[in-house]
Design a protein around this ligand. Structure first.
Ligand SMILES: [Zn+2]
Length: 199
């Protein structure tokens, strides 16, 4: 039936490329957009375009920031800039921020080393982290997902940092192995941070 509606098919093809949008929900999401009135649809498209044009990555910690304002973390003098927490993505950062148990800085790698997905160290912000660490940081906390790729990435970075006079730690084992940090509850993350161990 969809084959006879080429315009709908085209829309669905685009929606299908949106990560995390389950295939089983494609019809529902398509219907939602088709039923939107013109004004709401324009607001939606405008919001998307505005975000795309006004949001950039901070060139120090690689967290999203508004183009015309300072980075929420780097510009906050109440945060401890002698500690850097290394995360895979923005999602994990939000999880840690929600605990309110951490007041240091962040470094978003942009993923983990994963040869099967074609992601190598040079695709990530690893060199930038090493440069930052060399400027006089006391502690680097690895808060990568405890997956084989996350562990391997932490080990790779630790080797690059070993010449520097700093402490390297990682989250306590309380965070279930193989789980995405995003799905672990606030208290567990908070405890994993306070009980962090030497890497
Ligand atoms: Zn920043």
């Amino acid at each position: 039936m969809i084959d006879k509606l080429p315009t709908v098919k085209k829309l669905m093809r685009h929606l299908h490329q949106v990560p995390f949008l389950a295939t089983k929900n494609l019809y529902r999401v398509t219907s939602y957009f088709l039923q939107l009135d013109q004004e709401r649809l324009q607001q939606f498209c405008a919001a998307l375009q505005e975000a795309k044009s006004k949001i950039i990555l901070c060139n120090v910690c690689f967290v999203w920031q508004e183009k015309d304002t300072d980075c929420v973390f780097c510009a906050d003098s109440s945060r401890d800039d002698s500690v850097i927490c290394v995360v895979e993505s923005w999602h994990e950062l939000l999880v840690i921020e929600r605990t309110q148990a951490y007041r240091g800085m962040y470094h978003v790698l942009g993923g983990v080393i994963s040869p099967l997905d074609g992601i190598s160290a040079s695709d990530l912000k690893i060199d930038e982290l090493v440069t930052r660490a060399a400027l006089g940081v006391n502690e680097i906390i690895f808060a990568l997902n405890q997956t084989p790729e996350g562990e391997a990435t932490s080990a790779f970075i630790a080797r690059k940092l070993q010449q520097l006079p700093l402490k390297i730690t990682c989250l306590a084992k309380g965070v279930p192995i193989g789980s995405n940090l995003e799905f672990v509850d606030r208290l567990t993350v908070s405890k994993a941070l306070t009980d962090r161990r030497s890497f």
